[in-house]
Structure formats: structure tokens, C-alpha cells
Design a protein. Structure first.
Length: 150
């Protein structure tokens, strides 16, 4: 158990490295409740041939299993990349308290970059968010895509 945000960032980055090691987009996420990690995830959509298996979705599913509930209103997520539309919707639907993300996604980010879904006042649940830049998270994404593009 920890209350040090650096610990959670380290754990999320380790998850991103797992994705990188299997040739997936290197995104990792951890779900935290009362200082304890209750869910982990990394991108697996290519390796498992399932479009839903983004890091956030895997971490949400893991936390729901671990906690025995779909309501994650006392949980926070640390994720290495800004969530997309699907993942942002899942954060809202799971009633997450707060999401922290470490890199912007200029193409599909739906918290700050392309859309600001979490700022919509008409949604049934408000998820707080904070962008906390982490150079290593930005670097691993850049490295992955530079390698792919040659």
C-alpha cells in the first residue's frame, strides 16, 4: 500500500512496458483505491484480437473483479496516455472518482486534446481529471511509433 503518486506512475509505466514488449501501443493503467492498486491493465487489442482491450478497459475490468462491484466511485486511475472516447465513456460509466494521465493523445484523446468529454455537464457522473506530464510516458509512445514508421 502506498500514497506516493510516483509509485502509481511507476506501476502504470511497467504496464505500458508490457504492452511495448508484445508490440502493442505502449499504454498502461492502474486503478487505485485507498492507497492500494486494485486493477491493472495494458493494451492487448492486437495480441488478443479484441478492440475493447485498451489499458483502461482492462484495468476497469480487473478492478471490478477484485472489488466485486462495477461502481468504482472511490477509485482513481493512473494511465500513461490520455483516454480515447471508449475509455472515457467507461470511466464515466464505472463512476470513477478521478483519472490522471501522463501524455496527451493529439489524435484520439477525449479529455483535453480532441474532445473534452469529462467537462460535459449533462453527463450522469462527473469524473475529475488531471494531466500530469511524464517524460518517460511520452518518450515510449514516440519510440514505439517512430519504430513503426521507420
Amino acid at each position: 500500500m502506498s500514497t506516493d503518486p510516483d509509485y502509481y506512475w511507476n506501476q502504470a509505466f511497467l504496464e505500458a512496458q508490457k504492452a511495448f514488449s508484445i508490440n502493442e501501443v505502449p499504454v498502461g493503467a492502474v486503478m487505485v483505491r485507498n492507497g492500494e492498486i486494485v486493477g491493472r491493465g495494458y493494451n492487448q487489442r492486437i495480441s488478443k484480437n479484441n478492440a475493447l482491450l485498451h489499458a483502461e478497459m482492462v484495468a476497469i475490468a480487473d478492478a471490478c473483479t477484485q472489488l466485486g462491484t462495477w461502481r468504482l466511485d472511490d477509485c482513481d486511475m493512473y494511465v500513461t496516455l490520455e483516454p480515447c472516447a471508449m475509455c472515457t465513456g467507461a470511466l464515466i460509466e464505472s463512476r470513477l472518482r478521478k483519472v490522471y494521465f501522463a501524455a496527451l493523445d493529439d489524435k484520439t484523446g477525449c479529455v483535453l486534446s480532441q474532445y473534452t468529454l469529462l467537462d460535459d455537464k449533462l453527463l450522469p457522473h462527473r469524473v475529475d481529471y488531471e494531466y500530469i506530464p511524464q517524460a518517460r510516458c511520452q518518450h515510449i509512445m514516440r519510440e514505439f511509433f517512430e519504430d513503426k514508421r521507420g
